[in-house]
Design a protein. Structure first.
Lengths: 254, 261
């Protein structure tokens, strides 16, 4: 099959379709640059969706938990080796993705006889100002896009992301603070999912209502603090209140 | 056909950063100590329990023979949110140990999604000292550190103090521990105050504990030229960090100035 270019292209197309089908219905994840830092939020059913990577970096993703775990371990290994051999300040998301995860995922995607990675990822790196934040969308085929701050959504279907991102950008322009931002992200989550747990009018619902409507699902949220006296900036957020950071670095997952 | 992400090698212990370093041939290599120059050394450090937790202190002097290299060394190092390392000995080795341990603890916490237990952190430092055995036996790169860590298995979480010999033996301190060339004086003073002090160090509140730590460091500097001491009149203070059930807090120079008066 591989000696025939057309069949190879067909196999790749089939592979892409297969992965998209597998990812359909996956719970979206969000990241938004705020004055306080970068807020990452996901809604899951027992499996963690938001993770600390290194001092200023974190990731969130959807897809197969085993694939997510392998990618997570891979980027944590790379970041710590870089931080140890050079300095923690030298660990950069652009390099981790552009020279590490991106090419590796692309190679894995094009190996049509091997099982693919069923994931879509969102990675974040906090900077000294919101404009210097780096947010990255990373696809299962290794394609990635860099965003200097703002708001980024990764859902099961890339076509649905742009509209929600534009809506969130407008909503977040008129609000401030982590709890309000978390509320806006939860509204967007409900709108993207609109499944049995969704509520009639999420846009006008308050935070407790939005949380109650999740049912068995749990919110997982973390803040990459913009400034802190420790190097590790990742702080998990209390899911019941979404605004009170737990102690940085002591709690990795809720 | 192999996948670009090879199956992760089966590590001897999950989340072992030193195994990861060895796998990438990045493990620190012990060198030949022959013809070594005069070593820079760092003294004096100590830790004691006070009412709010554990106070870890260090003077800021580094010497090489009879030469004062600097009076601005940071000998009390935060390894993670609940671990403090106080170094006495050769900074070249000690700082590298601290860097490796800090990365190792954070690597474990991030990759395994749980913090390393206190016994494992205590043994990790012991292993780092044992790995330095060749240099230690040659009299080069000797380190005798102190470690303070939070025992989160206790309720409420309890700060503990450990001290080591240069070969890696670990000992838990009941009330206090000291290391470095000024340690003899410090231990004598702490022992005296623990037995006859009113109140003893374990009952001091933070401002009193800071004042007490600075004063015994000043006394130690009287008897040991390698101990930097404290000179409030020239704004030269110690490195003081406090480990409590809620984490680590540094005592700023302005607080030291205020409380020593």
């Amino acid at each position: 099959m591989t000696e025939d270019p057309y069949r190879w292209l067909e196999a790749i197309a089939n592979r892409r379709e297969y992965i998209r089908n597998q990812l359909a219905g996956g719970s979206p994840v969000f990241a938004v640059s705020l004055a306080e830092g970068i807020l990452l939020l996901g809604v899951g059913t027992g499996q963690s969706k938001v993770f600390e990577v290194f001092d200023r970096q974190a990731l969130a993703g959807l897809g197969h938990p085993a694939d997510l775990e392998r990618i997570r371990q891979s980027i944590i290994d790379a970041a710590h080796l870089e931080g140890f051999t050079r300095a923690p300040e030298d660990v950069a998301l652009r390099r981790l993705v552009g020279q590490g995860l991106g090419p590796q995922l692309k190679a894995a995607f094009e190996q049509i006889f091997a099982p693919p990675f069923l994931i879509r990822l969102l990675l974040a790196e906090v900077g000294p100002t919101p404009a210097s934040d780096v947010l990255v969308k990373l696809g299962f085929d290794g394609s990635f896009t860099l965003h200097p701050g703002g708001v980024v959504v990764v859902a099961d279907n890339p076509e649905r992301e742009s509209a929600i991102e534009a809506q969130l950008a407008t909503a977040l322009k008129n609000t401030s603070g982590v709890p309000n931002a978390a509320r806006a992200l939860l509204v967007a989550w409900h709108q993207l999912q609109s499944g049995p747990a969704a509520i009639a009018d999420p846009a006008s619902a308050d935070l407790p209502t939005l949380l109650d409507a999740l049912g068995e699902r749990t919110v997982e949220a973390a803040l990459l603090l913009r400034s802190h006296d420790r190097m590790a900036r990742y702080a998990a957020l209390d899911p019941a209140r979404l605004g009170f950071p737990l102690r940085p670095s002591q709690h990795t997952a809720l | 056909m192999p996948r670009p992400f090879p199956p992760p090698p089966v590590p001897t212990v999950a989340g072992d950063f030193f195994a990861l370093l060895a796998q990438h041939q990045l493990a620190p290599v012990a060198g030949d100590a022959a013809n070594a120059p005069v070593q820079t050394t760092a003294t004096t450090v100590f830790a004691f329990h006070f009412a709010g937790g554990v106070l870890v202190a260090g003077d800021r002097r580094a010497t090489a023979g009879n030469v004062i290299v600097t009076d601005r060394v940071e000998k009390v190092i935060e390894l993670d949110a609940t671990s403090l390392l106080a170094i006495a000995g050769v900074p070249a080795t000690a700082f590298e140990m601290a860097r490796a341990l800090r990365t190792s603890f954070e690597y474990y916490r991030r990759s395994q999604l749980q913090p390393l237990s206190l016994p494992a952190r205590v043994r990790a430092l012991s292993r780092a000292l044992r790995d330095n055995l060749a240099l230690t036996l040659q009299g080069v790169g000797v380190v005798a550190p102190l470690f303070a860590g939070l025992d989160t298995s206790a309720s409420p979480a309890r700060p503990e103090i450990f001290f080591y010999d240069p070969l890696g033996a670990q000992f838990q301190a009941v009330g206090y521990a000291a290391s470095g060339s000024g340690a003899g004086t410090i231990r004598s003073l702490l022992s005296y105050h623990e037995r006859f002090g009113s109140p003893p160090p374990a009952q001091l509140e933070l401002p009193e504990a800071v004042r007490f730590a600075l004063r015994i460091l000043m006394v130690a500097a009287e008897f040991d030229s390698a101990t930097g001491g404290v000179a409030p009149e020239s704004a030269r203070f110690a490195t003081l960090k406090v480990l409590t059930a809620s984490g680590i807090q540094s005592v700023s120079e302005s607080d030291q100035q205020r409380w020593i008066a």
